[in-house]
Design a protein around this ligand. Sequence first.
Ligand SMILES: [Fe+2]
Length: 297
Amino acid sequence: MNAQTPRRVEHQQTDKGYVPVYTTAIVEQPWSSYSKADHRTWATLFERQREVLKGRACREFIDNQERFGMSADAIPRFDDLNEVLAQATGWQLVGVEGLLPELDFFDHLANRRFPVTWWIRKPGQLDYLAEPDLFHDLFGHVPLLLNPVFADYMEAYGRGGVKAHGIGAEALVNLTRLYWYTVEFGLIREEGGLRIYGSGIVSSKGESIHCLESAAPNRIGFDMERIMRTRYRIDTYQKTYFVIDSFEQLMEATRPDFTPIYQRLAAEPSIPAGAVLDGDEVIQRGSGEGWATDGDV
Ligand SMILES: [Fe+2]
């Protein structure tokens, strides 16, 4: 990869503080530069998560990882995955350094390009990393891009993001919450019960178990406007998970123009991450055990 210095474009709040975000051109995955330790990290995480996700991740997620031929053997090559993706849904993976400026990220999604961080975490960071790495992006996000409906949802989200960026900061906050509670931390109903589809969950051993089996969190039926008002956690497990019936339900919800929705929501107070409202479809009311008392973002 080129050793050019990326240009700093903005700062972003993370759980570790305010960090500069750099923009870079798309990078080519430096596959031959991955070390043995990098491949081993991938193998360790891959095997561990596949075991944890048995009976916990939705069927599509596991099936699609297999369609891609992802395995513990080696870090997958973006080029190989792109051949499968191009045929299935026309999506394309592009290598990036890490977090992108919001508008760049939305623009990629709107054009059916998914940015994947090229580098993988170090062996001492198996359980927690503040920023996305290759394991989170590739293991967690890429499988569902093979699902035609979910693939369309991601594109619609990107187009919505470009638009929201032009409307203003509050609209972006509303839209980011939707991404957070669906793409990153969503649950879905399957015949056997609740299953995981959110990438932030499937790439975390602890949260994969917590989100389904702990009595602490709320599990509430999907309601887009409710989600757009709901604050979330970046430094602890979620206090609330929202449950969809199907990917079609997600796609349907994004069909209307969001502009009047943002206007309406601007007059409403935000909802704390752990709150349960009268109108909620409560699948499980959380016990709240172990919840931090502040820190919702
Ligand atoms: Fe993510």
